[in-house]
Design a protein around this ligand. Structure first.
Ligand SMILES: Nc1ncnc2c1ncn2[C@@H]1O[C@H](COP(=O)(O)OP(=O)(O)OP(=O)(O)O)[C@@H](O)[C@H]1O
Ligand SMILES: [Mg+2]
Length: 303
């Protein structure tokens, strides 16, 4: 197995804040690996350590055989990096910035091609300081893509993008994989991780709380299907005795009941109509990574 990223017992602190708490994982060549977690989970800290921008406090890290923190330019040429808070040159136009970044790499993509990938052709002569938030985000991804490097690090590549641009970015990321590249990405979008990533590590408070393919994580934690329906808050108490033993989660006026016995559970819920409760807007779905996160932490990823 060809491991291009190897991390063992990585730890990082800022004064008394433990940002990364003893995590271990590896990334295989050609996979899309996702670090998934809520705000403050330690995703950016980990990314910055992997790309050599931050010195770790403890642990072992190898990327393409290099130790990022004492690596030379050779290492930097072999990775493309998009940071969550990039330091951009405000006085450069979009295309000038891309030309500058292209000059750092041995076999960069063409500037025109890169602009097309992220849909910034019309903004190529605009100063980066005059871009909208979403455009700036696309520029920062473009600066990673232009490297044409073997490993592309993307720290929340789709945060702040409109739904259509987000899907466009998913296509770009999937194409990178088809070209044989390895992608390390962070996200707090569970649907994004489920769609794109071969394997994910779910992180919370600096620790990995689950690691595997999205399917493995879902099947390991849930044999159940999720039934969702509307229920007024004052009727919540009716459920506990009706679907005895089943796990129930409430979110405002919506309830989720996890069950392996879909038909009989629906039948029990229908019997509640005598209490003035009708089964409104019922959906039945398989469990998702969102359910896994909720089960492991008791919280939703974006509260
Ligand atoms: N430069 C810093 N100085 C002090 N504390 C920091 C610094 N950078 C991050 N932290 C803290 O370390 C923890 C992890 O932060 P990090 O930015 O790695 O999280 P994240 O998972 O990337 O979050 P987000 O989803 O908000 O980007 C947080 O508690 C944060 O407040
Ligand atoms: Mg971050």
């Amino acid at each position: 197995m060809d491991q291009v990223i190897y991390v063992e017992n990585l730890r990082h602190t800022y004064n008394d804040v433990v940002a990364v708490d003893d995590i271990s994982f590896f990334v295989k060549r050609g996979e899309i690996f996702g670090l998934l977690g809520p705000n403050g989970a330690g995703k950016s800290t980990t990314t910055e350590i992997l790309v050599g921008l931050k010195k770790r406090k403890a642990g072992l890290v190898k990327v393409l055989g290099f130790d990022p923190q004492d690596s030379d330019n050779e290492f930097k040429k072999r990775i493309g990096v998009q940071l969550q808070t990039p330091a951009l040159f405000e006085r450069l136009k979009v295309k000038e910035m891309l030309h500058l970044f292209a000059s750092f790499y041995p076999q960069p993509l063409k500037v025109k091609e890169t602009l097309e990938l992220v849909g910034l052709e019309e903004k190529q002569n605009t100063l980066s300081s005059k871009l909208s938030g979403g455009q700036l985000q696309r520029l920062s991804v473009a600066l990673a893509l232009i490297s044409n490097a073997d490993i592309i690090f993307l720290d929340e590549p789709t945060t702040g993008l409109d739904p259509q641009s987000r899907r466009g970015m998913w296509d770009v990321i999937e194409d990178l994989q088809k070209q044989g590249k390895t992608i390390f990405l962070t996200t707090h979008y569970l649907d994004e991780a489920e769609k794109l990533c071969g394997r994910v590590a779910i992180v919370d408070y600096g620790k990995i709380i689950a690691l595997g393919t999205p399917e493995e994580l879902i099947h390991y934690h849930f044999a159940e299907q999720a039934l969702e329906f509307n229920i007024p808050v004052e009727k919540r108490h009716l459920l506990a005795s009706t679907v005895e033993g089943a796990k129930i989660e409430f979110n405002e006026n919506r309830a989720t009941v996890y069950t392996t016995e879909v038909v009989s559970t629906v039948a029990s819920l229908l019997s509640l109509k005598d209490n003035g409760f009708k089964l409104d807007s019922l959906t039945v779905r398989g469990a998702t990574l969102e359910d896994v996160f909720l089960k492991l932490t008791g919280r939703r990823i974006r509260e």
